[in-house]
Ligand binder design. Sequence first.
Ligand SMILES: Nc1ncnc2c1ncn2[C@@H]1O[C@H](COP(=O)(O)OP(=O)(O)OP(=O)(O)O)[C@@H](O)[C@H]1O
Ligand SMILES: [Mg+2]
Length: 326
Amino acid sequence: METSSSIVTRNLCRTFEVRRKSEGFLASLKGIFWPRSNFVRAVSGLDMEIQTGELVGFLGPNGAGKTTTLKMLSGLIFPTSGSISVLGFQPFQRDYEYLGRISLVMGQKQNLWWDLPPIETLAIHREIYNISQAEFRARLDELVEMLEIVDCLDIQARKLSLGQRMRCELAVALLHRPQILFLDEPTIGLDILMQKRVRAFLLNYHERFRPTILLTSHYMEDVIALVQRVIVINRGLKIYDGTLNELSKAARLEKILTVTFQSIPEGFSPLAFGKLIFQEGPRFQVKIPREKAAETASNLYSTGKVLDLTLEEAPIEEVLGELFAS
Ligand SMILES: Nc1ncnc2c1ncn2[C@@H]1O[C@H](COP(=O)(O)OP(=O)(O)OP(=O)(O)O)[C@@H](O)[C@H]1O
Ligand SMILES: [Mg+2]
């Protein structure tokens, strides 16, 4: 299969100027005439290349520069220096044709009109993107089915739950069939079941339409379920670019096992299979190597004394902690 780059950045930088407020009257008077500034290097010499149809995870701790990068790629803010080419466009020129080929979804912000039901926001987007009525109906039916939002369309957006709103956001963002999708924490704040549904949708959507997706998330579950390749940045600098598999060899992928016993089995020691995080009476939480998780869980069940057992991915910041430290 022929591949081509959809997204290319070279030596991409973005600096923010942050005015420093001075304390005290004289100092603030001085500040009016001689303002003092600090410069924050949010993105520092970022090179990346993403092929058409790839689904790439863009990871890093808080303040690493992920949102700033996505904003530059979608043309919301200018780079300080360096170059960007997405589908051959320079995003910051905000070419009408370019904006019709991309979408930016931010878990923290919304595109839906707060006072309108989603169906009306969708109708507005139909007009903006000049989609025919027939095409609109077909795409809407498809998205409504995939996102399971038939009951949400006529309810004022402000009255929707976070999970309902997020799925409607995705419908709005995808209505014009963008070739490039920038997803900034699309699962943030959702409960575990809703996160799963959004993930399943994204996987299904990507399989069906093959858009190029750059996705940020602080949830390891998202990364494991969705992406094969990850780019990791820290303080604006790229520190890893490669397969998740390779990364998991460098970083330790662990699971958090939480078990509550009816009564603690005789001779049970949590230290035998992992690192103890806490114990409260018959409830234990331990961190165990990923590859041992299933076996450990089934051994525990076989004692016949398990009341409740859950397995979760270890937090992403912990998994990647060693990379960040270097
Ligand atoms: N408009 C702005 N003015 C000043 N500084 C900013 C602005 N936007 C971002 N920054 C700074 O740039 C750096 C990168 O921020 P950015 O939002 O890109 O991080 P992030 O990787 O998205 O973090 P998070 O995971 O918390 O969302 C931070 O130090 C942030 O304070
Ligand atoms: Mg961010």
